[in-house]
Design a protein around this ligand. Structure first.
Ligand code: ACM
Length: 538
């Protein structure tokens, strides 16, 4: 039988030795280093679940085995060297070696894809056989993340865990949780109880596209993660060597905050937003607003162990500050010439607060507009010109340029596509993305991120339709070298990969178009187009 080894992302070097190895002939999973014991048990669990094979984990064992070995000098965290691994599958067993446990985690993800797709099912549905190969692999980019917006539409904790597992399978290394926005606050902050009593709930949601004026659904929506939920999410990521980065979006996108604590704004809060867009309400630049931010960052730093906290900072209108005596007084006192500088004042304060908590700030690219401390990492979303702007200003960059990385965009021009915000980002466009823009020092580009803004994704299956299979293609763009991508175009590997998504029960978009129940139809979930223009190059 002709077999095809088809992996996403494509490894840097893959040699097919021919034949296959039956893991049932092996006696154990051997993990001599305590740092890999957890990964070894995770692999043992996954094999048991999908194939019925039960291998115990041992620190030492002489017979044929799956061996996880750390060797060589330890690279720093968040480097391509930390995630490099070698995977050799021979008649006598499986050898997975890396210099850092992160590399072992990535190698296990590859091993999962080498098993039959049925091994990804939740009960034994495949034999534990893998092709004999020699793989040497390392990512092209250090930071490869998926952003999940649980603010516009709250998603269950189980869905977040599932997305972490899917990130792992695709050798991503970060899940960015967009936890707060105008339409809802999703994280428990013990010092600020009204965030979960009030800011987490909205009375109803606009029906259809916010610009189509089709009324409201009259149905409350909301929810939040408790500190225990968040600890579980973080631990689930840690087990898979996936960093969970929390985003607290300030000082704009704060309608929900101001519904709970109107005194942080002008006092005329309009309630948690029930529709979508950019709203005028912002935090007033006061000590009370900074104290609020400190309480929130402190709570977040207690449950999230990532070395980064995302402070948002996108789409902050200045209209309120232009009218505000408090802002005028601040500008006078601090010598701020333009009202845009008020955001820069917030950004500096947030950087100080987050730094004091031992973490590093990430902010959306608008933080550049009034100037931001260079230690802040910039999440560039508007377009690639801002990647260069941020890098030239001395920042490290995570790029999620809207034309390629916004998976809330439409996936085709078909009238059958379900309601989406705007834009057109088909899977072919993602596949053609060159993630390092010309003229940008690759050292400044920490990596890339795909984004799943959820205004028009009320349920998990809606998120899955937008995420898959584009996320798989994105993972290839982020991980694989240009040479590997050219030698094996990702779209040629995608059909095989869909069997894995089927095994996982993911409601992905078939390549030929939506399934009947995924279509928008002619109702309020039907396609609505509005002109979309890319942000002009700066
Ligand atoms: C964004 O899309 N406003 C970051």
């Amino acid at each position: 039988m002709q077999r095809r080894i088809s992996l996403i992302p494509q490894p840097q070097h893959l040699a097919d030795a021919g034949g296959e190895t039956d893991l049932a002939a092996l006696g154990a999973i051997v993990a001599p280093d305590p740092e890999t014991t957890g990964l070894a048990w995770l692999l043992s669990d996954l094999l048991a679940r999908g194939t019925g094979l039960r291998l115990s984990v041992q620190a030492a064992y002489d017979g044929p085995a799956v061996r996880l070995r750390l060797e060589g000098p330890r690279p720093a965290d968040l480097t391509t060297e930390a995630e490099a691994y070698r995977l050799r599958i021979e008649e006598g067993g499986v050898d997975l070696t890396a210099a850092h446990p992160d590399g072992i985690a990535r190698g296990i993800a590859t091993l999962r894809q080498l098993l039959p797709a049925g091994a990804l099912r939740a009960a034994p549905a495949a034999r534990p056989v893998v092709p004999r190969v020699a793989i040497e692999d390392a990512p092209r980019l250090r930071w490869r993340s998926v952003h999940v917006d649980v603010a516009r539409h709250f998603q269950s904790k189980d869905f977040v865990l599932a997305m972490i597992d899917r990130a792992w399978l695709h050798r991503l290394n970060v899940v960015h949780l967009h936890l707060t926005d105008d339409q809802g606050w999703r994280v428990e902050v013990p010092a600020r109880p009204k965030l979960t009593e009030t800011a987490s709930w909205r009375t109803e949601t606009v029906v259809g596209h916010a610009l189509a004026e089709a009324g409201f659904d009259g149905t409350p929506h909301g929810g939040y993660y408790t500190l225990e939920d968040l600890r579980e999410i973080v631990a689930y990521g840690r087990e898979r060597h996936i960093m969970i980065v929390p985003e607290i979006n300030l000082p704009g996108h704060t309608r929900a905050v101001l519904a709970a604590y109107p005194e942080l704004g002008t006092g005329h809060g309009k309630g948690v937003a029930t529709t979508f867009g950019v709203f005028e309400e912002v935090l007033e630049p006061t000590e009370a607003s900074l104290a609020f931010a400190r309480d929130v960052f402190t709570a977040v730093a207690e449950v999230f162990d990532a070395p980064f906290i995302h402070i948002g900072g996108d789409e902050v209108p200045t209209a309120q500050w232009e009218r505000s005596p408090v802002a005028a007084e601040l500008m006078e006192r601090e010598g701020i010439a333009e009202v845009r500088g008020v955001q820069a004042w917030f950004t500096r304060a947030f950087v100080e607060q987050v730094t004091a908590l031992g973490r590093r700030v990430i902010g959306w690219d608008e933080i550049l507009d009034g100037g931001a401390p260079t230690e802040a990492v910039v999440g560039v979303w508007r377009n690639e010109a801002y990647v260069k702007k941020a890098a030239d200003a001395g920042h490290q960059v995570i790029a999620s340029p809207e034309p390629y990385a916004y998976f809330d965009h439409y996936q085709s021009e078909s009238a059958d596509e379900p309601l989406s915000i705007h834009g057109l980002t088909p899977v072919e466009k993602v596949a053609a993305w060159e993630p390092v823009p010309p003229g940008v020092d690759p050292e400044s580009l920490l990596g890339v991120q795909c984004q799943l803004w959820s205004e028009y994704m009320p349920f998990a299956r809606d998120v899955e339709y937008r995420a898959f299979p584009r996320l798989a293609v994105f993972a290839d763009v982020a991980w694989a070298s240009p040479e590997a991508r050219a030698a094996s175009p990702v779209l040629e590997r995608l059909e095989d990969h869909l069997m894995r998504l089927d095994a996982l029960g993911i409601a992905y978009r078939p390549l030929e178009g939506p399934r009947p129940w995924q279509r928008g139809g002619t109702g309020t979930r039907g396609r609505f187009d509005r002109p979309f223009e890319e942000h002009p190059a700066e």
